[in-house]
Design a protein around this ligand. Structure first.
Ligand SMILES: Cc1ncc(COP(=O)(O)O)c(C=O)c1O
Length: 304
């Protein structure tokens, strides 16, 4: 029996009550939207990083798929903060789900009873599958699977069905002996990892693929802002895969991946990983998320 509390359908309920029927629409069609959010220990207790941004992305996913969450963004923020408080954890991850619990045989979702659930995990539970990183760095190869094309599905929606893309790419990379995958878009430009954004450093400039085919990552947006503030030049645009051969530094980023340096891209082995720009950015992000940076205090939402 798990003692944890889950926010579900407007109430705080025991973990073991968070169940749905296998025949429900979200299980059969992958129509569950979700968010993964981090919270960190600060001098004044745990604080959720950029809660407003994640909640607004959740509502954006809902709106792209015509879902109607039964609470407001402010109500969801409050439910998330409460669930973190009730977990008693100092740091960890939050998973928010929006889903259709109704039994359904049809492709069109049942419009009634769209539910929201919030779970909290310790870092050890959440990061269990990131054991592949050696000394904090990973190997990666370009996958044969292309990133989902925005003309086929709403790629901006963080919906379970979209994640077979990253799953297939990661399984392929594992088969080829690599830890992570780099996906190109359908035009052949760099896109992102299976569930991470991609960054490169070239001649001291921080490069990342532009939005359009990639997820509107909160970490990506934060890193671009922090880099600018640190005087590191940034560029978000179309990037050719040849840059994986030329970049001085390559790293993945994301809420759970944080900054994950790449020490080998395909056959190319990179020297001195993490490189200086990756290291500076990682240190600055750690200072910000732990509440020790007065310039980015508004990114922290206290849960104490
Ligand atoms: C496809 C994809 N790209 C990038 C990211 C990183 O996004 P964020 O920084 O908001 O966690 C994720 C996160 O899960 C993802 O699924």
């Amino acid at each position: 029996m798990n003692k944890r509390v889950v926010y579900l359908g407007g109430e705080y309920r025991p973990w073991d009550e968070a169940k749905v029927h296998i025949m429900c629409h979200s299980f059969g069609r992958g129509s569950a939207i979700f968010e993964v959010i981090g919270f960190h220990g600060t001098g004044s207790g745990p604080a959720v990083f950029r809660l407003d941004e994640y909640v607004s992305r959740f509502f954006r996913s809902a709106s792209l798929l015509e879902m109607d969450p039964p609470l407001t963004p402010e109500g969801l923020q409050e439910a998330i903060l409460q669930t973190v408080k009730r977990s008693g954890l100092r740091s960890g991850f939050i998973k928010v789900f929006g889903f259709y619990p109704e039994i359904s045989f049809k492709i069109l979702p049942p419009q009634q009873r769209f539910q929201v659930a919030v779970f909290v995990f310790s870092p050890e539970e959440a990061l269990g599958d990131q054991q592949e990183s050696v000394n904090g760095s990973v190997t990666a190869c370009v996958s044969r699977w292309r990133r989902l094309d925005p003309q086929t599905v709403p790629v901006e929606a963080k919906v379970a069905a979209n994640y077979v893309n990253g799953m297939a790419a990661r399984m392929e990379s594992r088969e080829r002996g690599f830890d992570y995958a780099v996906l190109l878009d359908t035009q052949g430009f760099l896109a992102e990892g299976g569930t991470e954004s991609l960054f490169l450093v070239r001649e001291g400039r921080l490069l990342t693929p532009s939005l359009g085919t990639v997820l509107q990552s909160v970490t990506r947006k934060s890193l671009l802002a922090v880099a600018e503030e640190m005087g590191i030049e940034t560029f978000a645009g179309r990037l050719s895969p040849g840059l994986l051969e030329e970049a001085e530094e390559i790293f993945f980023s994301g809420t759970s991946a944080k900054l994950l340096p790449v020490r080998q891209a395909g056959d190319r082995v990179l020297e001195d990983v993490p490189g200086p720009v990756t290291r500076r950015l990682a240190e600055r992000m750690a200072t910000i998320t732990s509440g020790r940076d007065s310039r980015f205090q508004e990114w922290l939402f206290p849960a104490s």
